[in-house]
Design a protein around this ligand. Structure first.
Ligand SMILES: Cc1cc2nc3c(=O)[nH]c(=O)nc-3n(C[C@H](O)[C@H](O)[C@H](O)COP(=O)(O)OP(=O)(O)OC[C@H]3O[C@@H](n4cnc5c(N)ncnc54)[C@H](O)[C@@H]3O)c2cc1C
Length: 439
């Protein structure tokens, strides 16, 4: 008997997988979601971008999300070392006339947020198979399905026209060498510890920058920072991030380190945390920055964290999952209808588009870490309007390519890349002068 072939199987029912399912359903394509976890489940990544709020409302999820009374985020306050030189970055959007106006979003409890998205995808027609994906099924040069293990331990095979890897940092297809390898990302060799605390001190003033739901970021030094993200009336997500080498030198446990950094990183964080009783276990995420190349091909594509995660500081993670889900649904609909004419990779354009947005964000974050003073000058003064567009998710296409803030940041990062290449060449020639001369 011929195997039933699903038009699309989505591996992973996080925000990327669930949003993609809803975009596909709008195009008349019914996807199967293979997800092993039951929602609600804990997940890090609570601060959303303004663009995510707009996309989620456009998906019809506004009323369900409003009903959660999530803290409303109008932007982020950046505190410099020792709490000095703080600055405010407000969320913006472009209105119908093209003017830049204030925007807002939610800071969310991911357990309930992810459940709302997942349940909406299922209610609208996506089919959930509760199972663990074990291996992709590859025939010749194409992915044609997935081997799964159901909770009772049975193995099964599912066949698809297109398999979407939305498995998050599990990077399923990369692990199975269908894509390129998982390479360390630009913010590699760091570790984040995080939990949730009650009784935190939030702002409560008349200005947008003083609203209680805002995200607070504490910058200390390159790759050394903390976040304070209110996730409901009671709880605030707090995370501390630093180079792994710094953590190892302390000899502390993750619990001790969390406590130590909350108290000692900077007084302006400590004074907001009178009660350091963790309301969640202390979670750890080492080496969270990575990249996978060649993540599309015949019968497959990856979205969201399944192909890249740059750095959490500007909270683009969920946004990339949702936006790439929309791009993926377009590309898949064109492919399944026969509109995409190619004998090669039908999703090459999709991959180039996703890379473009990710590269912009990598530069924005790169400039923050490499040139913090220039970053502050560009974002708060010199190219403020254009920078806010980038932070608002206007990171694709011609508009992003011509954005003066984007160009300034690319120039700075190109300089840094050149310096690194020259330093590496100098080191190589010092270590092996003869080889360097021959080369
Ligand atoms: C320290 C840190 C802080 C962050 N802070 C933010 C933030 O403030 N804001 C933000 O937007 N982002 C943040 N992020 C990133 C954010 O968490 C992710 O970008 C986002 O969750 C990605 O969504 P996703 O759907 O791609 O993956 P996920 O949300 O991870 O979903 C993947 C799903 O796939 C399922 N799955 C995986 N493997 C299998 C398998 N083999 N079989 C079956 N199911 C499987 C998992 O159970 C999971 O439900 C942060 C990340 C880190 C590391």
């Amino acid at each position: 008997m011929a195997q039933k072939k699903h038009p699309v199987i989505i591996l992973g029912g996080g925000p990327a997988g669930a949003a993609t399912a809803m975009y596909l359903l709008r195009k008349g394509i019914t996807p199967v979601i293979v997800e092993r976890a039951e929602h609600p489940r804990y997940h890090v990544g609570e601060s959303l971008t303004g663009a995510s709020q707009i996309a989620l409302r456009a998906l019809g999820l506004g009323p369900a999300l409003d009903a959660q009374n999530y803290p409303v985020k109008h932007g982020a306050v950046f505190y410099g070392p020792d709490g000095k030189n703080d600055f405010w970055v407000g969320l913006v959007r472009r209105d119908e006339k093209g003017d830049q106006v204030p925007n807002y979003t939610w800071n969310v409890m991911r357990s309930t947020f992810d459940k709302i998205l997942f349940d909406a995808a299922i209610e609208r027609g996506a089919i959930w198979i509760k199972a663990t994906a074990v291996a992709p099924i590859v025939e010749e040069d194409a992915v044609v399905g997935l081997t799964i293990r159901t909770p009772d331990g049975a193995a099964d095979k599912l066949y698809s026209e297109v398999l979407i890897d939305a498995s998050g940092c599990a990077t399923f297809l990369a692990n199975h060498r269908v894509t390129g390898i998982k390479e360390p990302g630009a913010s590699d060799k760091q570790v984040a510890f995080f939990t949730q605390y009650a009784n935190t001190i939030r702002d409560d003033g008349p200005e947008l920058s003083q609203q209680p739901g805002n995200t607070l970021l504490y910058y200390q030094a390159k790759h050394y920072w903390a976040w304070f993200i209110p996730v409901n009336d009671e709880l605030t997500s707090v995370g501390v991030v630093f180079p792994t080498a710094y953590f190892k030198k302390t000899g502390m446990t993750k619990e001790q380190m969390m406590l130590h950094e909350c108290r000692n990183m900077t007084p302006v964080l400590s004074e907001r945390l009178p009660d350091l009783t963790p309301q969640e276990p202390i979670h750890a995420m080492p080496n969270f920055s990575y990249r996978v190349r060649d993540y599309t091909g015949k019968g497959f594509l990856c979205i969201g964290d399944a192909h890249r995660f740059i750095d959490p500081i500007f909270a683009y993670g969920v946004y990339f999952g949702i936006q790439e889900g929309e791009f993926a649904a377009d590309a898949i609909a064109r492919h399944l209808s026969g509109e995409t004419k190619t004998n090669g990779n039908p999703f090459a354009e999709f991959e180039a588009l996703c890379d473009e947005g990710n590269d912009v964000v990598e530069d924005v974050i790169g400039v923050l870490w490499e040139y913090p003073l220039a970053f502050q000058r560009i974002v708060t003064w010199r190219d403020k309007v254009d920078s806010l567009d980038l932070l608002a998710g206007r990171i694709y296409g011609e508009e992003a390519r011509k954005n003066p803030a984007r160009l300034a940041m690319r120039r700075l990062m190109a300089t840094r890349e050149r310096e690194r290449a020259e330093a590496a060449a100098a080191k190589a020639s010092a270590e092996s002068p003869q080889l360097a001369t021959v080369a």
